[in-house]
Design a binder for this molecule. Sequence first.
Ligand code: NAD
Length: 365
Amino acid sequence: MKKLIIILPGDGIGKEVTAQGRKVLEKVAHEFRHQFEFKEALIGHEAIEATGTSLPDETLSILKQADAILFGAVGHPYYDNNPSLKVRPEQGLLKMRKELGLYANLRPIKLFDELLDASSIKPEILKGSDILFFRELTGDVYFGEKGRKDNDTTAYDVMIYSKYEIERIAHKAFAAAQTRKKKLVSVDKANVLESSRLWRSVVQEVGKDYPDVQLSHLFVDAAAMKLIQDPRSFDVVLTGNLFGDILTDEASQIAGSMGMLASASIGDTVGLYEPIHGSAHDITGKGIANPLASILSTALMLDISFGLKEESESVIDAVSQTLKAGFRTVDIADSNTAKDKILSTEQMGIKVSHRIHANKTVLAN
Ligand code: NAD
């Protein structure tokens, strides 16, 4: 299979982790005899420095030729500390999602058994958790009208959703539930918010097309509690942009670390794959970032964008075998991890890619 993959490393550890994602894709191409062509382009702070804008036209036109996109992260402390700056790295990400019509963010939250102890939640509560989040990406307070009034003493962000936006992601989430345990929880705040009341009624309407899927609803506050109390009770979770942003970060604790969670942003055209973490400037340049979220993002790409299930599973297997062999990056190591098993970002990428084979074999180290 011949594919053009665009890599957008972005800022901070984005560069470090996407380099490992690329390494894994190169190994997959070699093992399974595919031809993956890679091109890199600018986004975020780096793009602002070079061109004055966080998503240059050149990047956008390259993205439009892509068969899939591997994205790192954007963000820089300079902007975090100056909230009034008009040109900002995250604008590039939001604009890219809009321009490419990426309206659904899929975040699988699955715990590798080897990392049961890395989570701050008790292992007996976690074991067997397997949740697939569908977070809406192009509506909500992020894109509603926003502004200041009363001499700058009042600010507002409008939470807005249209029926069409809810319908299209609901169909994707129900279809996914049909391939899993056939349970879908829709999360909203319908007791207070009008946009949530529309959300709930549209989801109920769409649900009639999927009678085999058991639909239930939770208010976001209750969902936040239940995720930690009983994560195994969830299968597919469907929610809006803001609630999804918060709940998926909370759910990252189920997987042990931000560095373990991959995501896919899809719409009706190209798919974009990225770790859920940010540019993590506190650890940038130290070579200690966990690349597994970026590597697991490539597994999602192989499966969702290219339909390469066996190749995708070979990547997940390779991650699992590497963890089973005891290898860890610092963020997922604990007091039982031997010093010589703690790997740098690059070493982890190498260990995983060595374990990717068209015919499965298990390496001990
Ligand atoms: P962050 O996800 O970058 O980091 C949160 C914490 O998790 C940090 O302590 C970091 O060291 C740790 N961490 C994150 N990824 C890790 C990894 N792969 N391995 C090991 N540890 C990891 O979030 P933040 O600190 O709130 O934000 C930092 C910057 O990233 C900000 O500028 C923010 O705007 C940006 N950001 C970007 C995205 C994105 O591009 N999608 C998402 C979130 C935050």
